[in-house]
Design a protein around this ligand. Structure first.
Ligand code: SF4
Length: 198
């Protein structure tokens, strides 16, 4: 639908208001804005098309913690207000835990475990997921957490063999792990895992 210049301007002003950007910032250059505001512009641009799904690729990784919380809260408010689904791609598992309903853990491009967020954090099954969760920093000097170090080289993602791609680093690998790729299987309660152990 064609929009007049005035309509476009009004649309931009509305989007800026939705993402919490002051009208006085409408004509500033990107380098004049801090990271949080630049991220809000990215969100406004995504909203301009009235989406039902937004793919957020590391949306808060470059921001400091307090700004991260602001951007995550904004995304959550927008989700409720406009009924938007997110595919949220991140390496930060604390953020994932705080934000996601369902989590899929990927290793070398394959989903190795998938479950509702609470279930995955309370009952991780795949050896890679367990190692990832054990590495989450806990802001409590008295907390006793046993870290699971991952040894070995990451396999090359080019010409992948028909094995478990995690086999070279997995402490539980057996012969079958080097011979066939495990399928993603539902263990019940929508908890899927791809591992020959299960
Ligand atoms: S399939 Fe084998 S190598 Fe892969 S995660 Fe399971 S036990 Fe480890």
């Amino acid at each position: 639908m064609h929009k007049t210049k005035a309509e476009k301007k009004a649309h931009v002003e509305k989007l800026m208001e939705i993402v919490g950007l002051a009208p006085r910032l409408a004509n500033v250059y990107p380098h004049e804005l801090d990271g949080g505001r630049r991220q809000r512009i990215g969100i406004a641009r995504a909203l301009a098309l009235d989406p039902k799904l937004i793919v957020c690729d590391e949306p808060v990784s470059a921001l400091d913690v307090s700004i991260q919380a602001q951007v995550l809260n904004l995304l959550r408010e927008l989700q409720k207000e406009y009924n938007i689904a997110y595919i949220f791609i991140t390496h930060d598992l604390s953020v994932v835990n705080h934000f996601s309903d369902d989590i899929a853990v990927m290793y070398l491009g394959q989903i190795v475990e998938k479950a509702p967020s609470k279930e995955l954090f309370n009952n991780p099954v795949h050896p890679y997921t367990k190692a990832l969760l054990s590495a989450i920093p806990i802001p409590d000097p008295d907390a006793q957490v046993e870290q699971i170090p991952l040894k070995g080289e990451i396999s090359s993602p080019i010409n992948m063999a028909r094995d478990c791609h995690f086999a070279a680093r997995c402490p539980y690998a057996t012969e079958v792990c080097h011979a066939s790729t495990p399928e993603l299987v539902n263990r019940g309660d929508e908890h899927f895992v791809a591992c020959h152990l299960f």
